[in-house]
Design a binder for this molecule. Structure first.
Ligand SMILES: [Zn+2]
Length: 98
């Protein structure tokens, strides 16, 4: 899984955020590239072409994460069949990494 992630910044709810996102590799099958592209798009713009939106934890949750030294995770519920959904993408990546 080395080289699978990179970082980028985006302004989310008026705050600068550092996003850790999966990298699109040219060697990956087209479905994996599409799924990863959608994840990157959703994280940075807030919406996936499937209609899913980025759910940012509320301020209290983010503060609790900060106090506990935890990273705040974005929650996105992609539609079934979206190549960015956990079920689709994790399976496709596992196959591609064999
Ligand atoms: Zn989606």
């Amino acid at each position: 899984m080395s080289g699978r992630w990179d970082t980028t910044t985006a302004v989310i709810d008026g705050q600068l955020a550092l996003l850790v996102l999966p990298v699109i590799r040219e060697t990956d099958p087209p479905e994996v590239r599409e799924g990863i592209a959608r994840r990157r798009l959703t994280a940075t713009t807030g919406q996936c072409p499937c209609g899913a939106v980025r759910n940012m934890p509320n301020r209290a949750q983010r503060r609790a994460d900060q106090r506990a030294g935890r990273v705040t995770r974005l929650d996105v519920a992609h539609e079934d069949g979206c190549p960015a959904s956990d079920d689709s993408l994790l399976r496709l990546i596992a196959q591609a990494d064999r």
